[in-house]
Design a protein around this ligand. Structure first.
Ligand SMILES: Cc1cc2nc3c(=O)[nH]c(=O)nc-3n(C[C@H](O)[C@H](O)[C@H](O)COP(=O)(O)OP(=O)(O)OC[C@H]3O[C@@H](n4cnc5c(N)ncnc54)[C@H](O)[C@@H]3O)c2cc1C
Length: 503
């Protein structure tokens, strides 16, 4: 078993996860036989490049081998080998931007790094996107044609996790979740069969893949509806610390349903630097109808004093690229959690006030951390004919007053991880109590920003969870993706009282 200092260190976080080997030596050999030079072993340049390319340090676990398939057929071969081994565990990695340890990589198992399955091609009214692409590849390819798709706002983020978890896009207040604009998923099932899921073929799998992430198979291609796009207005604005309440008030006003503006996308953040002991209120905003900008964002763009003003008019492809520059420079451990509520005149203020009072205390215990508290709008609900799995009723309008927040910690000292994870859980608890007290709590937990201790799939509601479980039983009756792919939010956990009933 290959176990380096780095994996020993990571094992400290994962406890029992490394008490056994996740893959038998022979499974990697069988994968090599099936996939030849697409399988890489520790210390080889391609293996090292794959591990160090994870954006957050805590994700750089060391698998026994890394597979870099080039096509859906290669993924199918890999699934057949892994399934035959019955015990070997594996991970699936798209862009690698989920912050939960073990969700996109695995110690001593086999990691399927999808990034070479990344072809982007315009075919009729859809853009066919290889599931291992990142959003910047998509936008770079299609923007010369003045079209766009519903996708990520930061170019470095992967398509695979983003779309199977939901996906808030520049256009979400107006159009909805990005996953709702997938016309077809090409997916490798547990049998190794490559199938299509869309509105007419396997519709229940089609719905399940919009929010159910890796529970049903490995998606190899997304067919995304495209639409014409012009310039957007927006960018990043940082304010003096004294502007924080004005910023929270501006966002509170934006989320008053009477002020709903379908073209106003983005988020507001307060950022605490535990070393400098300073707060920086920041807004990252876009207006998708540039000719009418700033629209409802006027109440944010008017706030003074500003310390940085990056507001401009530019093509979407440039915004996505520029936002990536900031992210790429942050080589830290990064963890987050999320919760959702309905905006009231006071709730964002009381959440912000609480965070602002507590975060310097957290930084006394964990010197050098940076933390962000971010508020964003939820997306519109899709047509009843093509549902996703999130469980919002068809006549609800979460895009008008629905807010999800994200609390993030950035830190260099890996030993902080367990302590900061429990701080995240405490914060979520405190925020939920505040929203419950105002009768404004929503049960929804956005999967793509959920911490491992949260339960986004359950948050979709009993009936959606039941549909997801039924779909898993139909397309993966032996539970291959439940048992051999341990990472990600699972539909069936061995500790779950329903587990033995289902299997
Ligand atoms: C800088 C940054 C910006 C972000 N911006 C946004 C944003 O604008 N809007 C938004 O909604 N979210 C955003 N997110 C959250 C983002 O949606 C998630 O981090 C998402 O997991 C990213 O997808 P990925 O492919 O990079 O992740 P990965 O970590 O590679 O994958 C996430 C999960 O999906 C599974 N998975 C990946 N590919 C496949 C596949 N082909 N088939 C089956 N399962 C698969 C993995 O196994 C893993 O469990 C952002 C995150 C970061 C770090």
């Amino acid at each position: 078993m290959h176990l380096s200092t780095r994996s020993l260190l990571t094992s400290l976080f994962l406890g029992v996860a490394v008490a056994y080997s996740n893959v038998s030596e022979s499974t990697c050999e069988h994968l090599s036989k099936a996939l030849g030079d697409e399988v890489f072993y520790p210390e080889s340049p391609a293996y090292n490049a794959s591990i160090t390319s994870y954006p957050f340090i805590q994700l750089r676990l060391e698998p026994a081998c890394v597979l870099k398939p080039e096509s859906a057929e290669d993924v199918s071969k890999a699934v057949k080998v892994l399934r035959k081994s019955r015990k070997s565990k594996f991970a699936v990695r798209g862009g690698g931007h989920n912050a939960n340890v073990g969700y996109n990589n695995i110690i001593d198992g086999a990691t399927i790094d999808m990034r070479n399955v990344s072809k982007v091609e315009i075919v009729g009214d859809v853009v066919q996107v290889g599931a291992g692409a990142i959003w910047q590849q998509v936008y770079d390819e299609i923007s010369p044609h003045n079209i766009s798709v519903m996708g990520g706002r930061i170019g470095v983020v992967g398509v695979g996790g983003f779309l199977t978890g939901g996906g808030i896009s520049f256009f979400s207040p107006e159009l909805g979740w990005s996953c709702d604009y997938v016309q077809n998923f090409q997916i490798v099932l547990a049998t190794g069969e490559i199938v299509n899921a869309n509105a007419t073929s396997k519709p229940e799998l089609f719905a399940a893949l919009k929010g159910g992430q890796s529970n049903f198979g490995i998606v190899t291609r997304f067919d995304l509806k495209h639409f014409p796009v012009g310039n957007l207005w927006g960018g990043r604005v940082a304010f003096a610390p004294t502007a924080d309440n004005d910023l929270i008030e501006a966002f509170t006003n934006l989320k008053n349903p009477d002020n709903f503006d379908p073209y106003a996308a983005g988020w507001v953040t307060n950022r605490y630097n535990g070393t400098a002991k300073t707060f920086t209120p920041t807004a990252i905003i876009w207006y998708t109808k540039a000719e009418s900008a700033p629209g409802a964002w006027k109440n944010v763009s008017d706030i003074e004093p500003k310390v940085m003003n990056g507001l401009t008019t530019a093509p979407l492809v440039d915004f996505a690229r520029n936002a990536s520059m900031v992210v790429k420079t942050q080589q830290t451990n990064t963890i987050w959690a999320t919760t959702t509520f309905r905006m009231t005149p006071t709730l964002a203020h009381s959440i912000h006030k609480k965070w602002k009072a507590l975060i310097p205390k957290v930084a006394e215990t964990y010197p050098g951390i940076v933390s962000e508290l971010t508020f964003q709008s939820l997306a519109k609900v899709p047509d009843a004919a093509t549902p996703n799995s999130f469980g919002f009723s068809a006549d609800s309008h979460p895009e008008k007053d629905g807010v999800f927040l994200q609390i993030i910690f950035y830190f260099m000292d890996a030993s902080y991880l367990p302590g900061l994870e429990s701080a995240l859980a405490d914060f979520i608890n405190i925020f939920d109590n505040l929203s419950e007290a105002e009768g404004a709590k929503s049960k929804f937990v956005y999967l793509n920003f959920a911490a491992a201790f949260q339960e986004p799939l359950k948050s979709y509601g009993e009936s959606e969870l039941w549909k997801l479980r039924r779909t898993s039983k139909k397309y993966d009756p032996e539970g291959f993706f439940q048992r051999q792919l341990p990472g990600g939010f699972k539909l069936f956990n061995e500790t779950d009282e329903h587990y033995h009933h289902w299997w």
